[in-house]
Design a binder for this molecule. Structure first.
Ligand SMILES: Nc1ncnc2c1ncn2[C@@H]1O[C@H](COP(=O)(O)OP(=O)(O)O)[C@@H](O)[C@H]1O
Ligand SMILES: [Mg+2]
Length: 245
């Protein structure tokens, strides 16, 4: 198991401003699989991903990444976990503008005082198609190329899990398809584990499995999803949430 949430609750704020973002979420994410997390806006997708990745603390329940119990780790332990066990891809790319593509890709390893395996670095760069762009800064790259830099940065340390939050949300459909194809490929060829938040049924159809959230709870899931199947399930989420809630 690459990641696991066990009866996870997340409450933001207090009193009248209190929001219960997660209501007892239990889910397992198998190694070498590509899982999409879907649900309407505000259903808790980003919150669940942040809790799984150790970016945010749970209010109740436990998170595991591989054999590591994330819940209860010290700040130092969490920092180490984020540097060594997880990779991130965000909607906004989150690249440093003054660094070249290569420097951005190597930054997380550099901060951890490490160097990439040269062969693996070459493989990642080639797969994402950045060989002749390594000296470019983000402003000199298209959105799709910037997101491919972010993918390379997430994969280069061979993390236990790559978490991606709406990775195609800022891309045109062609660049989005490239990034999704690349993520799909890294699962098939290299056994990478990926957990991707999306609200796009087509993006979700690249995954092996789709988990559906509604109002902070997992209401259903699909295996080997098609875009049509995902769309159909999204339309029925209100009913499914009503049945469970
Ligand atoms: N930092 C926060 N403080 C207060 N409420 C939050 C915070 N982050 C998220 N929420 C609330 O928690 C719920 C789930 O949010 P989120 O996980 O971002 O949903 P999604 O990613 O599915 O759109 C929403 O009602 C949102 O307003
Ligand atoms: Mg979100």
């Amino acid at each position: 198991m690459a990641a696991r949430a066990n009866d996870v609750w997340k409450v933001y704020g207090a009193g009248e401003a209190q929001v219960v973002a997660l209501r007892g979420v239990t889910a397992e994410f198998a190694r070498g699989r590509f899982t999409a997390i879907m649900g309407p806006s505000g259903s808790g997708k980003s919150t669940l991903m942040h809790c799984l990745a150790g970016l945010d603390a749970t209010s109740r329940g436990e998170i595991f990444i591989g054999d590591t119990k994330v819940t209860g780790l010290s700040d130092g332990g969490l920092t180490k976990l984020r540097r060594t066990k997880v990779g991130f891809i965000f909607q906004q790319f989150n690249l440093l503008p003054t660094l070249t593509a290569k420097e951005n890709i190597l930054l997380p390893l550099a901060i951890a005082g490490q160097k990439p395996e040269p062969e693996w670095f070459e493989t990642v760069i080639k797969t994402v198609g950045l060989t002749d762009r390594l000296g470019h800064r983000p402003a000199q790259l298209s959105g799709g190329q910037q997101q491919r830099v972010a993918c390379a940065r997430a994969l280069v340390s061979r993390p236990e899990v790559v978490f991606a939050d709406e990775p195609t949300g800022n891309l045109d459909s062609r660049s989005g398809a490239e990034v999704l194809g690349f993520l799909r490929n890294s699962v098939r060829e290299y056994g990478q584990t990926i957990v991707m938040v999306t609200h796009d049924p087509n993006a979700a159809s690249y995954a092996d499995r789709v988990v559906f959230l509604a109002d902070g709870q997992i209401v259903t899931e699909l295996s080997e999803p098609t875009a049509d199947g995902v769309l159909d399930t999204m339309k029925r989420l209100d009913v499914l949430a009503g049945v469970n809630g």
